[in-house]
Design a protein around this ligand. Structure first.
Ligand SMILES: NC(=O)C1=CN([C@@H]2O[C@H](COP(=O)(O)OP(=O)(O)OC[C@H]3O[C@@H](n4cnc5c(N)ncnc54)[C@H](O)[C@@H]3O)[C@@H](O)[C@H]2O)[C@@H](O)CC1
Ligand SMILES: [K+]
Length: 481
Protein backbone atom coordinates (compact mmCIF):
# COMPACT_ATOMS: atom_id res chain seq x y z
CA UNK A 1 0.00 0.00 0.00
CA UNK A 2 1.41 3.36 -0.92
CA UNK A 3 0.60 6.30 1.32
CA UNK A 4 -0.33 9.81 0.27
CA UNK A 5 -0.23 12.77 2.62
CA UNK A 6 -2.01 16.12 2.43
CA UNK A 7 0.09 19.27 2.26
CA UNK A 8 -0.73 20.17 5.88
CA UNK A 9 0.70 16.88 7.07
CA UNK A 10 3.71 17.12 4.75
CA UNK A 11 4.46 20.61 6.00
CA UNK A 12 4.28 19.53 9.65
CA UNK A 13 6.54 16.56 8.93
CA UNK A 14 9.00 18.79 7.04
CA UNK A 15 9.12 21.23 9.94
CA UNK A 16 10.07 18.41 12.32
CA UNK A 17 12.71 17.13 9.91
CA UNK A 18 14.08 20.62 9.20
CA UNK A 19 14.59 21.20 12.91
CA UNK A 20 17.25 18.49 13.00
CA UNK A 21 18.79 18.92 9.53
CA UNK A 22 21.53 21.35 8.50
CA UNK A 23 20.12 24.39 6.72
CA UNK A 24 19.65 23.91 3.01
CA UNK A 25 20.41 20.19 3.04
CA UNK A 26 16.86 19.08 2.27
CA UNK A 27 16.46 21.54 -0.54
CA UNK A 28 19.73 20.50 -2.17
CA UNK A 29 18.75 16.83 -1.89
CA UNK A 30 15.37 17.61 -3.44
CA UNK A 31 16.97 19.73 -6.17
CA UNK A 32 19.49 17.04 -6.93
CA UNK A 33 16.59 14.67 -7.65
CA UNK A 34 15.07 17.27 -9.97
CA UNK A 35 18.36 17.72 -11.82
CA UNK A 36 18.79 13.95 -12.29
CA UNK A 37 15.29 13.62 -13.72
CA UNK A 38 15.85 16.70 -15.92
CA UNK A 39 19.07 15.23 -17.32
CA UNK A 40 17.31 11.95 -18.09
CA UNK A 41 14.48 13.82 -19.83
CA UNK A 42 16.96 15.81 -21.93
CA UNK A 43 18.70 12.59 -22.94
CA UNK A 44 15.36 10.91 -23.77
CA UNK A 45 13.91 13.83 -25.72
CA UNK A 46 17.03 15.24 -27.43
CA UNK A 47 19.65 12.50 -27.25
CA UNK A 48 22.09 14.59 -25.18
CA UNK A 49 22.44 16.54 -21.94
CA UNK A 50 25.48 18.78 -22.40
CA UNK A 51 24.81 21.71 -24.72
CA UNK A 52 21.02 21.56 -24.26
CA UNK A 53 18.91 24.48 -23.02
CA UNK A 54 16.75 24.49 -19.93
CA UNK A 55 14.52 27.33 -18.75
CA UNK A 56 13.52 27.55 -15.09
CA UNK A 57 10.26 29.30 -14.24
CA UNK A 58 10.81 30.46 -10.68
CA UNK A 59 8.22 31.63 -8.16
CA UNK A 60 8.55 33.33 -4.80
CA UNK A 61 9.10 30.39 -2.44
CA UNK A 62 11.08 27.26 -1.79
CA UNK A 63 9.64 25.56 -4.85
CA UNK A 64 11.46 28.18 -6.90
CA UNK A 65 14.52 27.54 -4.68
CA UNK A 66 14.45 23.87 -5.69
CA UNK A 67 14.34 24.86 -9.36
CA UNK A 68 17.27 27.30 -8.97
CA UNK A 69 19.44 24.73 -7.21
CA UNK A 70 18.51 22.10 -9.80
CA UNK A 71 19.54 24.63 -12.47
CA UNK A 72 22.92 25.05 -10.81
CA UNK A 73 23.50 21.26 -10.88
CA UNK A 74 22.50 21.13 -14.55
CA UNK A 75 24.94 23.95 -15.39
CA UNK A 76 27.73 21.72 -14.09
CA UNK A 77 26.73 19.08 -16.62
CA UNK A 78 27.15 21.56 -19.46
CA UNK A 79 23.50 22.49 -19.81
CA UNK A 80 22.68 26.10 -20.72
CA UNK A 81 20.31 27.23 -17.96
CA UNK A 82 18.30 30.44 -17.82
CA UNK A 83 15.79 31.51 -15.20
CA UNK A 84 12.57 33.49 -15.53
CA UNK A 85 12.06 35.10 -12.11
CA UNK A 86 8.36 35.81 -11.65
CA UNK A 87 9.04 37.76 -8.49
CA UNK A 88 12.72 38.81 -8.60
CA UNK A 89 12.83 40.37 -5.10
CA UNK A 90 11.51 37.19 -3.52
CA UNK A 91 13.46 34.60 -5.52
CA UNK A 92 15.23 32.18 -3.16
CA UNK A 93 18.52 34.03 -2.46
CA UNK A 94 20.81 31.04 -1.94
CA UNK A 95 19.36 29.17 -4.89
CA UNK A 96 19.76 32.21 -7.09
CA UNK A 97 23.32 32.68 -5.93
CA UNK A 98 24.11 29.01 -6.65
CA UNK A 99 22.67 29.27 -10.16
CA UNK A 100 24.58 32.42 -11.03
CA UNK A 101 27.84 31.03 -9.59
CA UNK A 102 27.44 27.87 -11.69
CA UNK A 103 27.10 29.97 -14.85
CA UNK A 104 23.31 30.14 -15.21
CA UNK A 105 21.71 33.38 -16.29
CA UNK A 106 18.74 35.36 -15.14
CA UNK A 107 16.56 36.57 -17.99
CA UNK A 108 15.46 40.16 -18.32
CA UNK A 109 11.67 40.51 -18.69
CA UNK A 110 11.74 40.96 -22.49
CA UNK A 111 14.12 38.06 -23.04
CA UNK A 112 12.10 35.10 -21.99
CA UNK A 113 9.92 34.52 -25.10
CA UNK A 114 12.81 33.50 -27.35
CA UNK A 115 14.38 31.41 -24.59
CA UNK A 116 11.14 29.57 -23.93
CA UNK A 117 10.66 28.90 -27.64
CA UNK A 118 14.18 27.46 -27.98
CA UNK A 119 14.12 25.49 -24.71
CA UNK A 120 14.68 21.73 -24.73
CA UNK A 121 13.08 21.45 -21.29
CA UNK A 122 11.17 23.80 -18.98
CA UNK A 123 11.28 23.35 -15.21
CA UNK A 124 8.19 24.51 -13.34
CA UNK A 125 9.28 25.96 -10.00
CA UNK A 126 6.42 28.46 -9.75
CA UNK A 127 4.72 27.08 -6.68
CA UNK A 128 4.68 23.89 -4.63
CA UNK A 129 2.77 22.77 -1.56
CA UNK A 130 1.90 26.34 -0.54
CA UNK A 131 0.03 26.86 -3.81
CA UNK A 132 -3.32 28.54 -3.81
CA UNK A 133 -5.48 28.84 -6.89
CA UNK A 134 -4.56 28.78 -10.56
CA UNK A 135 -1.44 30.20 -12.20
CA UNK A 136 -1.36 33.97 -12.04
CA UNK A 137 -1.32 35.92 -15.30
CA UNK A 138 2.48 36.37 -15.47
CA UNK A 139 3.18 32.63 -15.04
CA UNK A 140 0.30 31.67 -17.33
CA UNK A 141 1.74 33.93 -20.06
CA UNK A 142 5.11 32.13 -19.81
CA UNK A 143 3.61 28.63 -19.99
CA UNK A 144 1.38 29.57 -22.95
CA UNK A 145 4.54 29.75 -25.05
CA UNK A 146 5.94 26.39 -23.94
CA UNK A 147 6.24 23.59 -26.49
CA UNK A 148 9.07 21.70 -24.79
CA UNK A 149 8.51 18.95 -22.21
CA UNK A 150 7.82 20.32 -18.74
CA UNK A 151 9.28 18.94 -15.52
CA UNK A 152 7.23 20.02 -12.50
CA UNK A 153 9.01 20.55 -9.19
CA UNK A 154 6.92 18.80 -6.51
CA UNK A 155 3.66 19.33 -8.42
CA UNK A 156 2.33 21.08 -11.52
CA UNK A 157 1.72 24.70 -10.55
CA UNK A 158 -1.85 25.91 -10.73
CA UNK A 159 -3.30 22.49 -9.84
CA UNK A 160 -4.64 22.26 -6.30
CA UNK A 161 -2.15 20.13 -4.33
CA UNK A 162 -4.79 18.52 -2.08
CA UNK A 163 -7.71 18.04 -4.46
CA UNK A 164 -6.09 17.92 -7.90
CA UNK A 165 -8.72 20.43 -9.06
CA UNK A 166 -7.96 22.85 -11.87
CA UNK A 167 -9.82 26.12 -11.84
CA UNK A 168 -7.98 28.26 -14.38
CA UNK A 169 -4.55 28.25 -16.02
CA UNK A 170 -2.33 25.43 -14.76
CA UNK A 171 0.79 23.58 -15.82
CA UNK A 172 0.49 20.26 -17.65
CA UNK A 173 3.70 18.46 -16.79
CA UNK A 174 5.38 15.71 -18.75
CA UNK A 175 6.94 14.51 -15.51
CA UNK A 176 6.92 15.50 -11.87
CA UNK A 177 9.56 15.03 -9.20
CA UNK A 178 8.18 15.12 -5.68
CA UNK A 179 9.92 14.95 -2.32
CA UNK A 180 9.45 13.00 0.86
CA UNK A 181 5.86 11.94 0.23
CA UNK A 182 3.34 11.71 -2.55
CA UNK A 183 0.64 14.36 -2.32
CA UNK A 184 -3.03 13.93 -3.30
CA UNK A 185 -2.63 15.79 -6.61
CA UNK A 186 -0.35 13.01 -7.86
CA UNK A 187 -3.10 10.40 -7.75
CA UNK A 188 -6.15 12.64 -8.15
CA UNK A 189 -4.91 14.38 -11.29
CA UNK A 190 -2.32 12.15 -12.97
CA UNK A 191 -2.99 13.75 -16.35
CA UNK A 192 -1.49 17.03 -15.13
CA UNK A 193 1.46 15.40 -13.32
CA UNK A 194 2.71 12.95 -15.96
CA UNK A 195 4.97 10.28 -14.49
CA UNK A 196 5.84 10.99 -10.86
CA UNK A 197 9.22 10.28 -9.28
CA UNK A 198 9.48 10.29 -5.50
CA UNK A 199 12.80 11.51 -4.06
CA UNK A 200 13.57 10.33 -0.55
CA UNK A 201 14.54 13.26 1.67
CA UNK A 202 14.25 11.29 4.92
CA UNK A 203 10.69 12.38 5.71
CA UNK A 204 9.34 8.85 6.24
CA UNK A 205 9.70 8.63 10.04
CA UNK A 206 7.94 12.00 10.48
CA UNK A 207 4.90 11.26 8.36
CA UNK A 208 2.50 9.19 10.49
CA UNK A 209 -0.66 7.62 9.08
CA UNK A 210 -1.36 8.48 5.44
CA UNK A 211 -4.44 10.50 4.49
CA UNK A 212 -5.07 8.44 1.40
CA UNK A 213 -3.70 5.15 0.09
CA UNK A 214 -3.19 3.49 -3.25
CA UNK A 215 -3.16 -0.29 -3.53
CA UNK A 216 -0.22 -1.90 -5.26
CA UNK A 217 -0.73 -4.93 -7.48
CA UNK A 218 0.79 -7.10 -4.75
CA UNK A 219 -1.81 -5.82 -2.24
CA UNK A 220 -4.59 -6.68 -4.65
CA UNK A 221 -3.16 -10.13 -5.31
CA UNK A 222 -2.66 -10.83 -1.61
CA UNK A 223 -6.23 -9.76 -0.78
CA UNK A 224 -7.91 -11.72 -3.57
CA UNK A 225 -9.49 -14.90 -2.18
CA UNK A 226 -8.47 -18.15 -3.84
CA UNK A 227 -9.88 -21.60 -3.03
CA UNK A 228 -7.79 -23.78 -0.70
CA UNK A 229 -7.64 -27.56 -0.40
CA UNK A 230 -10.49 -27.64 2.12
CA UNK A 231 -12.82 -25.35 0.16
CA UNK A 232 -16.06 -26.23 -1.58
CA UNK A 233 -18.52 -24.10 -3.55
CA UNK A 234 -20.25 -22.89 -0.36
CA UNK A 235 -17.22 -22.25 1.83
CA UNK A 236 -15.89 -19.57 -0.52
CA UNK A 237 -19.07 -17.57 -0.05
CA UNK A 238 -22.22 -17.53 -2.16
CA UNK A 239 -22.77 -14.27 -4.04
CA UNK A 240 -26.38 -13.26 -4.55
CA UNK A 241 -27.24 -10.95 -7.44
CA UNK A 242 -30.55 -9.08 -7.52
CA UNK A 243 -30.36 -7.20 -10.79
CA UNK A 244 -32.03 -6.73 -14.15
CA UNK A 245 -35.58 -6.47 -15.40
CA UNK A 246 -37.39 -7.23 -18.63
CA UNK A 247 -36.35 -3.74 -19.80
CA UNK A 248 -32.72 -4.24 -18.71
CA UNK A 249 -31.82 -7.94 -18.80
CA UNK A 250 -28.21 -7.08 -19.70
CA UNK A 251 -27.55 -5.61 -16.25
CA UNK A 252 -28.33 -9.01 -14.70
CA UNK A 253 -26.14 -10.87 -17.18
CA UNK A 254 -23.20 -8.53 -16.63
CA UNK A 255 -23.41 -8.31 -12.86
CA UNK A 256 -23.92 -12.07 -12.33
CA UNK A 257 -21.26 -12.83 -14.95
CA UNK A 258 -18.73 -10.60 -13.21
CA UNK A 259 -19.34 -12.48 -9.96
CA UNK A 260 -18.85 -15.78 -11.81
CA UNK A 261 -15.55 -14.55 -13.21
CA UNK A 262 -14.37 -13.22 -9.86
CA UNK A 263 -14.93 -16.27 -7.64
CA UNK A 264 -15.00 -20.03 -7.75
CA UNK A 265 -17.76 -19.96 -5.12
CA UNK A 266 -21.41 -20.22 -6.04
CA UNK A 267 -23.36 -17.36 -7.62
CA UNK A 268 -27.13 -17.07 -7.20
CA UNK A 269 -29.30 -14.86 -9.32
CA UNK A 270 -32.72 -13.70 -8.13
CA UNK A 271 -34.91 -11.61 -10.40
CA UNK A 272 -37.26 -11.44 -13.35
CA UNK A 273 -34.77 -12.48 -16.03
CA UNK A 274 -33.54 -15.77 -14.59
CA UNK A 275 -33.88 -17.51 -17.96
CA UNK A 276 -31.66 -14.98 -19.72
CA UNK A 277 -29.04 -15.28 -16.98
CA UNK A 278 -29.11 -19.10 -17.17
CA UNK A 279 -28.50 -19.02 -20.93
CA UNK A 280 -25.40 -16.85 -20.49
CA UNK A 281 -24.14 -18.39 -17.25
CA UNK A 282 -25.20 -22.01 -16.82
CA UNK A 283 -23.23 -22.17 -13.56
CA UNK A 284 -25.49 -19.58 -11.91
CA UNK A 285 -28.29 -20.91 -9.70
CA UNK A 286 -31.14 -18.67 -10.85
CA UNK A 287 -34.56 -18.04 -9.42
CA UNK A 288 -37.36 -15.58 -10.13
CA UNK A 289 -37.34 -13.52 -6.97
CA UNK A 290 -35.19 -12.60 -3.98
CA UNK A 291 -38.04 -13.73 -1.75
CA UNK A 292 -37.52 -17.37 -2.72
CA UNK A 293 -33.75 -17.29 -3.19
CA UNK A 294 -31.56 -19.45 -0.96
CA UNK A 295 -28.94 -18.12 1.42
CA UNK A 296 -26.10 -15.99 0.16
CA UNK A 297 -23.10 -14.51 1.98
CA UNK A 298 -23.50 -11.21 0.14
CA UNK A 299 -25.96 -9.48 -2.15
CA UNK A 300 -25.40 -7.23 -5.13
CA UNK A 301 -28.56 -5.22 -5.64
CA UNK A 302 -29.62 -2.53 -8.02
CA UNK A 303 -28.37 -2.71 -11.61
CA UNK A 304 -31.41 -2.48 -13.86
CA UNK A 305 -34.00 -3.29 -11.17
CA UNK A 306 -35.96 -0.06 -11.68
CA UNK A 307 -36.78 2.53 -9.05
CA UNK A 308 -40.44 1.67 -8.38
CA UNK A 309 -42.12 -0.26 -5.57
CA UNK A 310 -40.73 -3.63 -6.63
CA UNK A 311 -37.21 -2.26 -6.52
CA UNK A 312 -37.81 -0.83 -3.04
CA UNK A 313 -39.03 -4.17 -1.75
CA UNK A 314 -36.10 -6.06 -3.26
CA UNK A 315 -33.63 -3.62 -1.72
CA UNK A 316 -35.34 -3.73 1.69
CA UNK A 317 -35.34 -7.53 1.58
CA UNK A 318 -31.64 -7.95 0.85
CA UNK A 319 -30.71 -5.26 3.39
CA UNK A 320 -32.51 -7.36 5.98
CA UNK A 321 -30.56 -10.55 5.31
CA UNK A 322 -27.76 -9.78 7.76
CA UNK A 323 -25.07 -10.16 5.10
CA UNK A 324 -22.93 -7.55 3.30
CA UNK A 325 -24.70 -5.72 0.48
CA UNK A 326 -23.31 -3.86 -2.52
CA UNK A 327 -26.02 -1.38 -3.56
CA UNK A 328 -25.51 0.04 -7.03
CA UNK A 329 -27.37 2.00 -9.71
CA UNK A 330 -31.18 1.92 -9.17
CA UNK A 331 -30.65 0.81 -5.56
CA UNK A 332 -28.82 4.09 -4.91
CA UNK A 333 -31.64 6.10 -6.45
CA UNK A 334 -34.19 4.25 -4.31
CA UNK A 335 -32.08 4.87 -1.23
CA UNK A 336 -31.81 8.56 -2.09
CA UNK A 337 -35.56 8.95 -2.57
CA UNK A 338 -36.66 6.76 0.32
CA UNK A 339 -33.89 6.60 2.94
CA UNK A 340 -36.28 4.73 5.26
CA UNK A 341 -35.33 1.61 3.28
CA UNK A 342 -32.18 1.59 5.42
CA UNK A 343 -34.33 0.78 8.47
CA UNK A 344 -34.28 -2.80 7.18
CA UNK A 345 -30.51 -2.94 7.58
CA UNK A 346 -28.93 -4.59 10.55
CA UNK A 347 -26.51 -1.81 11.55
CA UNK A 348 -23.66 -4.29 11.86
CA UNK A 349 -23.89 -5.59 8.30
CA UNK A 350 -21.56 -3.90 5.84
CA UNK A 351 -23.04 -1.81 3.05
CA UNK A 352 -21.10 -0.70 -0.04
CA UNK A 353 -22.59 2.08 -2.17
CA UNK A 354 -21.11 2.61 -5.63
CA UNK A 355 -22.38 5.94 -7.00
CA UNK A 356 -21.20 7.90 -10.01
CA UNK A 357 -21.32 11.68 -9.64
CA UNK A 358 -25.03 11.98 -10.53
CA UNK A 359 -26.02 9.25 -8.08
CA UNK A 360 -23.77 10.79 -5.44
CA UNK A 361 -25.65 14.07 -5.83
CA UNK A 362 -28.98 12.29 -5.55
CA UNK A 363 -27.78 10.46 -2.46
CA UNK A 364 -26.22 13.35 -0.55
CA UNK A 365 -28.01 16.37 -2.02
CA UNK A 366 -24.82 17.87 -3.47
CA UNK A 367 -22.35 16.95 -6.22
CA UNK A 368 -18.93 15.78 -5.03
CA UNK A 369 -17.43 19.15 -6.05
CA UNK A 370 -13.69 19.78 -6.45
CA UNK A 371 -12.69 18.14 -3.13
CA UNK A 372 -13.78 14.61 -3.94
CA UNK A 373 -11.83 13.00 -1.11
CA UNK A 374 -13.61 15.04 1.55
CA UNK A 375 -16.96 14.55 -0.16
CA UNK A 376 -16.66 10.77 -0.30
CA UNK A 377 -15.29 10.55 3.25
CA UNK A 378 -18.25 12.55 4.59
CA UNK A 379 -20.74 10.42 2.66
CA UNK A 380 -19.21 7.24 4.09
CA UNK A 381 -19.59 8.61 7.63
CA UNK A 382 -23.11 9.85 7.02
CA UNK A 383 -24.39 6.54 5.59
CA UNK A 384 -22.18 4.38 7.80
CA UNK A 385 -21.24 2.62 4.58
CA UNK A 386 -18.30 2.15 2.30
CA UNK A 387 -18.79 4.61 -0.54
CA UNK A 388 -17.07 3.99 -3.85
CA UNK A 389 -17.23 7.18 -5.92
CA UNK A 390 -16.68 6.34 -9.57
CA UNK A 391 -14.63 8.65 -11.71
CA UNK A 392 -11.43 8.94 -13.69
CA UNK A 393 -9.84 8.40 -10.30
CA UNK A 394 -12.17 6.16 -8.31
CA UNK A 395 -12.22 6.83 -4.55
CA UNK A 396 -13.31 4.40 -1.86
CA UNK A 397 -14.06 5.70 1.64
CA UNK A 398 -14.86 3.74 4.78
CA UNK A 399 -16.97 5.08 7.64
CA UNK A 400 -13.84 5.15 9.84
CA UNK A 401 -12.24 7.73 7.51
CA UNK A 402 -9.92 5.52 5.45
CA UNK A 403 -9.84 6.50 1.77
CA UNK A 404 -8.15 4.75 -1.11
CA UNK A 405 -7.69 5.99 -4.64
CA UNK A 406 -7.63 3.93 -7.79
CA UNK A 407 -6.14 5.95 -10.59
CA UNK A 408 -7.60 5.32 -14.00
CA UNK A 409 -5.84 3.34 -16.69
CA UNK A 410 -7.29 5.33 -19.56
CA UNK A 411 -10.99 6.05 -19.97
CA UNK A 412 -11.93 2.61 -21.27
CA UNK A 413 -14.43 1.96 -18.50
CA UNK A 414 -16.64 4.84 -19.59
CA UNK A 415 -18.93 2.38 -21.39
CA UNK A 416 -22.49 1.15 -20.79
CA UNK A 417 -22.71 -1.74 -18.34
CA UNK A 418 -19.24 -1.20 -16.94
CA UNK A 419 -20.66 -0.40 -13.48
CA UNK A 420 -22.67 -3.63 -13.47
CA UNK A 421 -19.42 -5.54 -13.87
CA UNK A 422 -17.84 -3.63 -10.97
CA UNK A 423 -20.75 -4.38 -8.64
CA UNK A 424 -20.63 -8.09 -9.50
CA UNK A 425 -16.91 -8.27 -8.69
CA UNK A 426 -17.45 -6.35 -5.44
CA UNK A 427 -20.27 -8.71 -4.42
CA UNK A 428 -18.05 -11.76 -4.95
CA UNK A 429 -15.34 -10.30 -2.71
CA UNK A 430 -17.87 -9.38 -0.02
CA UNK A 431 -19.20 -12.94 -0.06
CA UNK A 432 -15.67 -14.21 0.54
CA UNK A 433 -15.55 -12.12 3.71
CA UNK A 434 -13.12 -9.36 2.71
CA UNK A 435 -13.17 -6.13 4.67
CA UNK A 436 -15.75 -4.15 2.63
CA UNK A 437 -13.46 -1.16 2.06
CA UNK A 438 -10.71 -3.41 0.77
CA UNK A 439 -13.23 -5.44 -1.26
CA UNK A 440 -14.44 -2.31 -3.06
CA UNK A 441 -10.87 -1.04 -3.60
CA UNK A 442 -9.60 -4.37 -4.87
CA UNK A 443 -12.64 -4.71 -7.14
CA UNK A 444 -12.02 -1.23 -8.57
CA UNK A 445 -8.40 -2.11 -9.25
CA UNK A 446 -9.11 -5.38 -11.07
CA UNK A 447 -12.00 -3.75 -12.94
CA UNK A 448 -9.66 -1.01 -14.18
CA UNK A 449 -7.02 -3.54 -15.20
CA UNK A 450 -9.64 -5.64 -17.00
CA UNK A 451 -10.77 -2.49 -18.81
CA UNK A 452 -7.23 -1.79 -19.96
CA UNK A 453 -6.71 -5.38 -21.12
CA UNK A 454 -10.09 -5.53 -22.88
CA UNK A 455 -9.42 -2.25 -24.66
CA UNK A 456 -5.84 -2.88 -25.73
CA UNK A 457 -5.81 0.68 -27.04
CA UNK A 458 -9.17 0.69 -28.82
CA UNK A 459 -12.74 1.20 -27.52
CA UNK A 460 -14.19 -1.75 -25.64
CA UNK A 461 -17.46 -2.97 -24.08
CA UNK A 462 -18.64 -4.15 -20.66
CA UNK A 463 -18.87 -7.75 -21.93
CA UNK A 464 -15.24 -7.59 -23.01
CA UNK A 465 -14.23 -6.08 -19.64
CA UNK A 466 -16.01 -8.94 -17.89
CA UNK A 467 -14.24 -11.50 -20.08
CA UNK A 468 -10.89 -9.90 -19.22
CA UNK A 469 -11.29 -10.23 -15.43
CA UNK A 470 -9.36 -13.55 -15.28
CA UNK A 471 -6.46 -12.07 -17.25
CA UNK A 472 -6.45 -9.03 -14.98
CA UNK A 473 -6.24 -11.35 -11.99
CA UNK A 474 -3.41 -13.36 -13.54
CA UNK A 475 -1.59 -10.10 -14.12
CA UNK A 476 -1.92 -8.91 -10.51
CA UNK A 477 -0.90 -12.35 -9.26
CA UNK A 478 2.30 -12.10 -11.28
CA UNK A 479 3.34 -9.29 -8.90
CA UNK A 480 3.21 -11.55 -5.86
CA UNK A 481 6.66 -12.06 -4.34
N1 LIG B 1 10.19 22.77 3.57
C1 LIG B 1 11.02 21.82 3.20
O1 LIG B 1 11.60 21.15 4.01
C2 LIG B 1 11.25 21.53 1.80
C3 LIG B 1 10.53 22.22 0.83
N2 LIG B 1 10.73 21.98 -0.46
C4 LIG B 1 10.06 22.78 -1.50
O2 LIG B 1 9.38 23.85 -0.94
C5 LIG B 1 8.07 23.92 -1.47
C6 LIG B 1 7.19 24.67 -0.54
O3 LIG B 1 7.74 25.94 -0.42
P1 LIG B 1 7.04 27.21 0.20
O4 LIG B 1 6.26 26.83 1.39
O5 LIG B 1 8.06 28.24 0.29
O6 LIG B 1 5.95 27.63 -0.85
P2 LIG B 1 5.78 27.51 -2.43
O7 LIG B 1 7.10 27.59 -3.10
O8 LIG B 1 4.88 26.39 -2.69
O9 LIG B 1 4.97 28.86 -2.70
C7 LIG B 1 5.59 30.12 -2.46
C8 LIG B 1 4.62 31.23 -2.39
O10 LIG B 1 3.98 31.41 -3.64
C9 LIG B 1 2.80 32.15 -3.46
N3 LIG B 1 1.71 31.53 -4.23
C10 LIG B 1 0.72 30.73 -3.78
N4 LIG B 1 -0.08 30.37 -4.79
C11 LIG B 1 0.40 30.94 -5.90
C12 LIG B 1 -0.01 30.93 -7.24
N5 LIG B 1 -1.07 30.26 -7.63
N6 LIG B 1 0.72 31.62 -8.15
C13 LIG B 1 1.80 32.30 -7.75
N7 LIG B 1 2.24 32.37 -6.47
C14 LIG B 1 1.55 31.70 -5.55
C15 LIG B 1 2.52 32.14 -1.99
O11 LIG B 1 2.79 33.42 -1.50
C16 LIG B 1 3.45 31.11 -1.45
O12 LIG B 1 3.80 31.33 -0.15
C17 LIG B 1 7.73 22.47 -1.71
O13 LIG B 1 6.67 22.33 -2.63
C18 LIG B 1 9.04 21.96 -2.24
O14 LIG B 1 9.15 22.26 -3.63
C19 LIG B 1 11.83 21.12 -0.89
O15 LIG B 1 12.93 21.93 -1.05
C20 LIG B 1 12.08 20.01 0.08
C21 LIG B 1 12.25 20.50 1.45
K1 LIG C 1 5.82 23.43 -9.28
Amino acid sequence: MRGIWTTDHVRQAEDRLLARTPEGALMRRAAHGVALRAARMLAEHTGAVSGRRVVLVVGAGNNGGDALWAGSFLCRRGVGVAAVLLNPEKAHPRGLDALVRAGGRVLAPGEYPQWIERADLVIDGVVGISAQGPLRADAAAVFERVDAPVLAVDLPSGVDPDTGAVDGPAVRATSTVTFGARKPVHVLNPDRCGDVTLVDIGLGPELGEPDLVVLDAADVAAAWPLPGPADNKYSQGVTGVAAGSSAYPGAAVLSAGAAVRATSGMVRYAGPVADVVRVHWPEVVATGSVFDAGRAQSWVVGPGIGTGRDGFEVLAHVLGQGVPVCADADAITILARRPEVLDARDPDTPLVLTPHDGEFERLTGAPPGPDRVTAVREAARRFDAVVLLKGHCTLVAAPDGRVLANTARGSWLATAGSGDVLSGITGALLAAGLDPWLAAGVAADVHARAGEIAAGGVPTSASAVLAAVPDALRRVRSYLP
